[in-house]
Design a protein around this ligand. Sequence first.
Ligand code: NAD
Length: 290
Amino acid sequence: MRVIISGLMVILLTVGASAEVPSVRLNSGYDMPVLGLGTWTQDNATAEQSVYTAIREGYRLIDTARYYGNEQGVGKGVRRAIAEGLVSREDIFITTKIMPGNYSDPDAAIDASNNALGLGYIDLMLIHQPGRNDEGVYAALERGVKSGKIRSIGISNYYTPAEFERITRNAAILPAVVQNENHPYYQNEALRKYLERYGTVVESWYPLGGRGHTHELFGNEALREIARSHGKTVAQVILRWHIQAGYVVIPGSKNPEHIRENIGVFDFALTDDEMRTIAGLDIQRRFESW
Ligand code: NAD
């Protein structure tokens, strides 16, 4: 069974933890799971193991980047799951990113990521952040789509409509995804709403507040109260909020218990009141500056 989330309409499921993660249809025509695994700060060996563990737990979306230095490990973890018959290549959605150090030769960067992953094609490739020649990098991503190396393309760390318009002014293919910092203390609803007209989906990095800041969110009394009332953890409530608010979410973890916990968000739903309470926590506080 494949469950599709069309636009903002979240189809709520009452299912067990091993059930399939719902997907959103991208403007490229491909389906992207609404929850996946983040792998930042994981070395190759760690990423291989956490990716394999996540796939066994039902994850189908994996987020990596050239900058993380773990594309090989991510690819190995996926290939191990395929070899064991857990999934096929088509079941998996791999995101990677071109890093600023490679913006002068983006075509080579696409090939390097494809080779490191060893999965035949890249499901989604993003420009990691604005930088010199990023419009040229975007054109290279479009060439990558035409030559079948990449299926969907997007951008990361572009926070305003003006930045989006600049990078797309000569684009033939619109970004399928914008991946930005986003969590209850920094909600960029204006951008998400603006991007609806293009069918561009926003994906949240630092969904739990990120490295060194999760305790600030986990200690929030309003979130703790909502978690208590559902018999869920605060992490699960936050992830559920992202999904119900219309975001794709990629919590990072190498801990098998957290990996399992973080996918356990499809057997409950936040009420409209709870969604409003969490929307009200926005204090426009970004934890990073890039
Ligand atoms: P996050 O908000 O997902 O938080 C990760 C931290 O929370 C880790 O310390 C982890 O151990 C802990 N954690 C995870 N699940 C938990 C749980 N259930 N209970 C308690 N603690 C838990 O931050 P992140 O991993 O940095 O961000 C998510 C992903 O986004 C990254 O792994 C990466 O793939 C991506 N990312 C992209 C950019 C970008 O510039 N495009 C920047 C940062 C991160």
